[in-house]
Design a protein. Sequence first.
Lengths: 220, 220
Amino acid sequence: MAKLAKTSSRHSVEPGVELIGDAETLNSYSNVLSGVVKLTKSLSDGRQQIVGLRFAPDFLGQPFKAKSAIHAEAATTVSLCSFPKAAIEQMMKQSPELEHRLLRQTLNELDEAREWMVTLGCKTAPEKVASFLLMIARNIDSGVGPAARSARFDLPLTRAGISDFLGITNETVSRQLTRLRMDGVIRIENSRRVTVDDISRLEQRCGGRWPRRNRPIYET
Amino acid sequence: MAKLAKTSSRHSVEPGVELIGDAETLNSYSNVLSGVVKLTKSLSDGRQQIVGLRFAPDFLGQPFKAKSAIHAEAATTVSLCSFPKAAIEQMMKQSPELEHRLLRQTLNELDEAREWMVTLGCKTAPEKVASFLLMIARNIDSGVGPAARSARFDLPLTRAGISDFLGITNETVSRQLTRLRMDGVIRIENSRRVTVDDISRLEQRCGGRWPRRNRPIYET
DNA sequence: CGCGTAATTGAAGTCGCTCAATTGTTGTGG
DNA sequence: CCACAACAATTGAGCGACTTCAATTACGCG
């Protein structure tokens, strides 16, 4: 990494700034030092889907030009540590270690993507919103491990952003959030800042742990 | 590959056979020689989502134990060429070439997964079914390239299987298929075998190419 | 042939969407 | 400090797409 340090540079990026343009190729690789980057894909009629979120200390960049267009944008204020693309690619040829780490990260991303496919395809709107909050809590809140009982964090996305992530409308997101608030599962101040006093209660709303309806699965 | 050939073995697997059990780890890596393998994830209440399909000549196997449980099952009759896990992992340490290929494939899978996230999250039921047919046509039909005007193939999944893939019910899948048939976009014999005379007509039904509604996107 | 599963089709219900109005928040300039 | 504008979020009412439940038909296989 010593050799890389010479060519690295740091940036701070404001929300809304485009990091990887559609059908473009990123001119550098970066590490996310803080903040959240959202990866989106869109249909030509404007509908769009968030296909991933990158938190610190994730890696950011298109290793080989993917055939599909992807779009990366700062969701919050983001600070990045960037390296020239050529430098990284050069290093990858020389040291298998770097490629190995890249493979690891890619496998992780694949895993996450599939996890969210389950959420998108199977879960109801209330479950989707709860699952989103839980995912954010686990990634944002001061790195408190999965064993934490409570959490407090800022949502990195607007309601519309969350709706793009979950495949539902922003109105539905809003309604489900207020329902969670009414039920005492979460508290909301600022409409961005959320507190979860009892994480297990949130987990119960994520679906999948019990039959969806109040009747046994196996009937006579 | 000469060295690997010594340890490889071939299998033929019937539909429904489990290739990777939930929370288990595959005891070998395989190449899919023919047929289709479906990768699924499920919620504990029974809801399940197909998160990927593997066609020939795709690779099959869990490179490093992923933290998430995944389930692989033969969708059709499948023939595999398998290698002992230990042999592959040994080879990966010695030759970066293999790991490089693995990275390529993984990036491809990630790309596909994200593509389907868009379908799951954004598209309507009619668009989902059309997209599914198009994807199958491009992967199954005798490898006829993307430039083909027509296609004929066997669906590798039942209606219920398709519904697990698209996040809709099998009844809806059935209804949309008959609608496509009524409209002359596809022909169905056998309820498995499908013929698409004009692929471009099918593409038009996949959504995203034009505004979803018959009014301009940008209004005054 | 007749059984079991898959597929189709219909009718009714519901969840989430659309449209629309209101309220809340943030940042800017007077 | 307040007024204002621009945008984000909330909330309501009505509708529609998809689901659910149920009945029927088609298909594959012993």
